[in-house]
Design a protein around this ligand. Structure first.
Ligand SMILES: Nc1ncnc2c1ncn2[C@@H]1O[C@H](COP(=O)(O)OP(=O)(O)OP(=O)(O)O)[C@@H](O)[C@H]1O
Length: 817
């Protein structure tokens, strides 16, 4: 180098032969990768051939003669020649036996990594494979060698046999066996924490069976003292499992004597494993706590009881205190994660073309800057002084044509800057993995209430929004553009951040296939209207109406609770509840957020019309403060589905690619979505200008793994129960309970309206009398009981059984007497 400085004009040897243009990472590394893959293949062939030819070759290898290794006379029978014979003899016979196959496997991984095909954590693989190889050599040598006495090799190799003999000499066969088992468990524990759970189960299967039994007790909400599990209190086994204890003390014991231990224990962080704090200790408090009440929330009731002096904050997570949040290893990592590939040739070509096109149209620019995102590159252009921005905007089509790519979007000007943005899709788009988003500091340190990690912006920043502030989200886009993946990404990020006690999800899926994967987390995160056989994922239109009405009722109840608690929103309310300012005996409870996700909302509107739209609009208008948030998605972004009411109530919108500009206008009130490139490319709007985001990709197997991880843990005994909705059109069989002695003052008018119109529609009553849905529903039930209309028929209007006003007056007369 020194020489080079002194004689800058003399070309170096590298320059002379053009070697300076060959970059290590571009060409040499991939070539070395290929070489390693070839070596791995060679070794694998040689090893396989060794099983048949090793015996014959061995004698030559063990007594080598000069020149023999060249195999000129073809004495070596291994299909990979003398080298193959030697390599396989060395690794299989002399070293590790059968586990030696892991060596070519590792070389293959290194080769793949160097080829830059997949991202492989080589150090981790090296450690794991080495440990497996050493351990299995020993194990095979110990346990399988008796079966291989006639073979020319030991299954664990000479190393395995020697190591086995040495250790056995030291600690004997039992010692060696135990050592091998311990090493295996240690290794499996390193790989997955589940190992310990499985071992616990093996050592104490009874306790786990019992735990399940006790959970069932909780769910029934029967804290009666006479439940058969009462005895379990005396079972010493219980004491080492904090989970089991809580359930037990809470739900199983005689409330007269022992309800407090839960309280005491759960409130004192350090002692939760030591349940056995003598019962006598708690006797002073037991009376106060005993309400003998129902449901999981009972913990809260007990906690506040009438003991106002309790100062430790209530912890809603104690119901499932051993719950583990899903881990990042459940998500798939991608090769090019987070690091967009910068192809300078492509960048320079795009830049040249943009400059040329603009120049052809007489637009001069003073500078251009490219920001490469995962799927899009943003070219920021500063026009020369005096150039009008509208002129550049008018050239949008010409620029797109000249760049011969879809999805060019021109932002003129970029808000807050005096520049013009041209977004051009990358030739090689990167997948933004969910793992890279959830692993980001931004997500992990977020203080958002309901953080939804959506993906990455075109400047490679993690993009998140708070659903609690959104407060409702409309997702639309043509079919196959990434809506379902987007919804999964949102749900996944919530599952990674929220404890089951803090979040409940209502899933509506008329397509029946999109959300079925979530049914396994029913007992942790899902909410539904009580119905014994109901699938936790709502697919049926009548059930959707019922659920939406139930949510309206839950909303009303929550508002009442907030009012009594003098809290303005759910956050304030829960804060008060946690600090024990609200007494559960007065009906107060910790309120989890409820997120309602409706896929293919267009289908629902088409089949159930106003019956769905009205409660949705009502929830969207009011539910924000009480922690009920909606996400609705549709692949039909037309004005009869995304109506004015819906739009007015869904300020946050996500548009995936759509077919026409008009659709983009319907979703975002502006064009742009028709120029997206699909596969998760989206525009997010929440007031102001839309942000272009590449949605994180989360595949179905990943979602399955997350759900399995959650569902394998202890959950509540059933899905979160939403209140039974007040009778409504879409509801069945409620009329029988209607009290006809207290008819609604509007009953007669409603009856006349229905008979005159010959239409048994609840919404008709609502409209004409300007009353709420619930009251109109009750009126309809009274009319059914009086025989004016027939039974509810799902979402259709009821049949009107009275044909003329004279017959109706007769009925009304009878009812008056
Ligand atoms: N964020 C993404 N990154 C990469 N590829 C994606 C992304 N989102 C979607 N895709 C690709 O697009 C395909 C279709 O996505 P998805 O099923 O989410 O579309 P959709 O809009 O829900 O379609 P439909 O309305 O028909 O259900 C996926 O199988 C995947 O291959």
């Amino acid at each position: 180098m020194a020489r080079k400085k002194k004689e800058p004009k003399t070309p170096s040897v590298r320059e002379t032969f053009g070697l300076d243009k060959i970059h290590f990472s571009d060409r040499i590394l991939p070539f070395l990768g290929l070489l390693l893959i070839a070596i791995a293949g060679f070794m694998a062939f040689a090893f396989i051939s060794y099983f048949g030819t090793g015996a014959a070759d061995q004698s030559i290898l063990e007594n080598p003669r000069a020149g023999e290794i060249l195999n000129l006379n073809g004495e070596f029978t291994n299909s990979c020649g003398s080298l193959g014979a030697k390599v396989s003899w060395f690794f299989i016979k002399k070293c590790f036996g059968l586990p030696a196959f892991l060596i070519p496997f590792f070389l293959l991984l290194v080769g793949i990594r160097m080829l830059l095909t997949y991202k492989v954590n080589l150090l981790k693989w090296f450690m794991c494979l080495t440990l497996i190889m050493l351990w299995s050599s020993l194990t095979l040598a110990k346990f399988l060698s008796p079966l291989f006495v006639d073979m020319h090799y030991n299954p664990g190799g000479d190393y395995g046999q020697t190591a086995c003999d040495v250790v056995e000499g030291l600690v004997g066969t039992p010692g060696l066996t135990l050592l091998l088992i311990i090493l295996a468990i240690a290794f499996l524990t390193y790989l997955s924490a589940e190992t310990i759970i499985i071992i616990r189960k093996i050592f104490n299967p009874l306790r786990y069976a019992k735990k399940i039994h006790m959970e069932i007790q909780v769910g029934k909400g029967e804290p009666e003292a006479d439940t058969p599990t009462l005895e379990t209190v005396e079972d010493p086994e219980v004491f080492d499992d904090p989970d089991a204890q809580i359930v037990e003390f809470d739900q199983v014991n005689d409330p007269q004597t022992e309800p407090i231990p839960t309280l005491q224990r759960s409130e004192t962080p350090g002692n939760k494993g030591l349940s056995t704090e003598p019962v006598a200790d708690d006797s002073a408090v037991e009376m106060t706590v005993d309400t003998g009440e129902k449901e999981e929330k009972a913990t809260g009731k007990n906690l506040a009881g009438e003991n106002g002096s309790l100062s430790t904050p209530y912890d809603p997570k104690l119901d499932l205190e051993n719950y583990h949040y899903p881990t990042l290893d459940l998500l798939k990592k991608y090769d090019d994660d987070g690091k967009p590939y910068i192809d300078m040739v492509e960048q320079n070509a795009n830049k040249k073309r943009i400059v040329d096109v603009l120049r052809n149209f007489g637009v001069e620019i003073s500078s251009i800057k490219a920001t490469v995102g995962p799927t899009i590159t943003l070219y920021e252009i500063t026009p020369a002084p005096g150039v009008r921005i509208s002129r550049i905007r008018n050239l949008e089509d010409d620029i797109a044509l000249s760049l011969s790519a879809l999805g060019i979007r021109i932002i003129a000007p970029i808000p807050g800057k005096g520049t013009i943005g041209i977004e051009v899709p990358n030739a090689k788009p990167n997948i933004v993995s969910m793992e890279s988003i959830l692993n980001s500091k931004k997500f992990q340190e977020t203080t958002m209430e309901l953080p939804c990690a959506l993906g990455k912006t075109i400047t490679n920043e993690v993009f998140m929004f708070d659903l609690a502030k959104a407060p409702h989200l409309l997702v639309a886009g043509a079919t196959g553009q990434g809506k379902s993946v987007g919804l999964n990404a949102i749900i996944t990020s919530l599952l990674y951040k929220k404890h089951p006690s803090e979040l409940k999800i209502v899933l509506v899926d008329p397509k029946k296939v999109e959300f079925s994967v979530y049914s396994s987390i029913e007992k942790h995160f899902l909410a539904k209207v009580p119905d014994d056989n109901a699938d936790p994922i709502i697919t049926d239109v009548t059930k959707v109406v019922r659920t939406l009405n139930s949510l309206c009722k839950e909303m009303d109840t929550r508002y009442d609770l907030l009012k009594i608690a003098q809290a303005r929103n759910i956050k304030e309310y829960n804060k008060k509840f946690i600090s024990r300012q609200l007494n559960p005996e007065n009906g107060h409870r910790f309120l989890p957020y409820v997120v309602v996700v409706i896929d293919e909302f267009g289908d629902l509107i088409m089949t159930a019309g106003k019956e769905v739209e009205l409660p949705i609009a009502r929830i969207a208008q009011l539910a924000r403060a009480v922690g009920i948030h909606m996400i609705i998605a549709t692949q039909r972004p037309t004005t009869n589905i995304i109506t004015g009411t819906i739009k007015a109530n869904f300020p946050s919108r996500i548009a995936f690619r759509v077919g026409a500009m008009i659709d983009s206008r319907t979703i975002l009130d502006r064009p742009g979505a028709q120029q997206l490139i699909g596969r998760g490319d989206l525009l997010y709007l929440n007031g102001g200008e839309p942000v272009r985001v590449q949605c994180a990709f989360v595949d179905t197997p990943e979602v399955e793994r997350i759900n399995t991880f959650i569902s394998q843990q202890q959950g509540y005994t059933s899905a979160f129960e939403l209140p039974e909705p007040d009778t409504a059109d879409g509801d069945l069989g409620e009329a029988a309970d209607v009290d006809m002695s207290h008819l609604d003052p509007m009953f007669e008018d409603a009856a006349r309206l229905i008979v005159m119109n010959q239409s048994g529609s609840t919404s008709l009553i609502q409209r004409k009398f300007a009353i709420g849905y619930n009251r109109a529903g009750r009126l309809m039930d009274q009319l059914e009981r009086a025989g004016v209309v027939g039974a509810a028929q799902g979402s259709k209007p009821r049949e009107v059984l009275i044909q003329d006003e004279v017959s109706l007056e007769n009925i009304l007369n009878q009812l008056r007497h």
